[in-house]
Design a protein around this ligand. Sequence first.
Ligand SMILES: Nc1ncnc2c1ncn2[C@@H]1O[C@H](COP(=O)(O)OP(=O)(O)OP(=O)(O)O)[C@@H](O)[C@H]1O
Length: 290
Amino acid sequence: MDIKINNLTHRYKPGTPFERLALKDVNLSIPSGSFLAVIGHTGSGKSTLIQHLNGLLKPSEGTIQVGDLTIAANEKKKQLKALRKRVGIVFQYPEHQLFDETVEKDVMFGPMNFGQSEEAARKTAREMVKLVGLPDEVLQKSPFDLSGGQMRRVAIAGVLAMQPEVLILDEPTAGLDPKGRKEIMDLFRALHDQRKTTTILVTHSMEDAAYYADHIVVMDKGSTYLEGTPAEIFDKRDELQAVGLDVPETVQFLLKWQELTSNPMKLSSFTIEETAKAIAADFGKGGSTC
Ligand SMILES: Nc1ncnc2c1ncn2[C@@H]1O[C@H](COP(=O)(O)OP(=O)(O)OP(=O)(O)O)[C@@H](O)[C@H]1O
C-alpha cells in the first residue's frame, strides 16, 4: 500500500502561548513493500510524523494518503478508524499497553474490536503468538507472568493480529538487551520479507537503520533533511554530523564490506562475529580457488 505525505505541517497547541511547530511542509513517498528507517536528532519530528500515519495526530495543513484513503485536517472519525485498521504501530515499551487477564484475550482484543468473531479471533491469536516465536502454553497465562522479552512479543502479536498492511515501529527494541534486540528486529525483517508489509522504523540506532532498512529519511527541525539508501546516507558523514548524528565505525565497516563484495545480505551490528566469520569464509573460499 503506497503512502504519500503531501505538504504536511503540524502545530501542537495551536493558538496558545505554547504553540509549537513540529513538522513543516514535509513531502515523502513511501512505496508499498518498502522498509524505511526514519532517523534524526531528538525533537526532530520523527514521532510526530509517524503518528499522522495511523490517525493519532491530524495534519494542521497538508494530507496523508495511505492507499486510497486520504486524511486531511478535520478528518472524520470513520476515516481515522479505517486508517488504524490498515496501519499498526508498535510503540516504545508496547508491553505497557497489555491489560487482559490472559495472553489469548489480549491478542484477541484488537481483531474482535474490528469485527472478527470470537472463534476467528481465537484462531488469529494462536497464529500470531506462534509467529512471534512464543509457545502455545503462554496463551492461557497472564501476560504479567511473562518475562520482559516475552511480554514485548505478546504486545507485538496484538498489533500483528490486526493484520496491518503498514507496520510502524517506534523504537521497538527500547530497553531490550542486544540478543533480544536482534531477535525482535530479525522478526520484523522476516515479516517484511515474507509478507511484503510496508515497514517504517523510527530509530536512534544507526546500525538498525543501516542493516534492516532499504531506504532512510533523516529528519531535522521538523523537515526531511536527507533521503536515500543506507549506503548513500551514511556516506554523508559531514551532513549527518551537522545535525548531530554520527556514523558508527561498525556501520562504515559493514557498508564497505557489502560494497566490496556486492553482498546484499543484511548484516547486523549484533552479529559482528558472524560477519567476521563470513569474511573469513570468503577469504577461505578465495584461498582455495587461487
Ligand atoms: N504533545 C506535545 N506538545 C507540544 N509539543 C510537542 C508535543 N510532542 C512533541 N512536541 C514537540 O514537537 C517537536 C518534535 O517532537 P517529536 O517527539 O516528534 O520528535 P522526535 O524526533 O520523535 O524526538 P525523540 O527522538 O526524542 O522521540 C519537539 O520540539 C517536541 O518538543
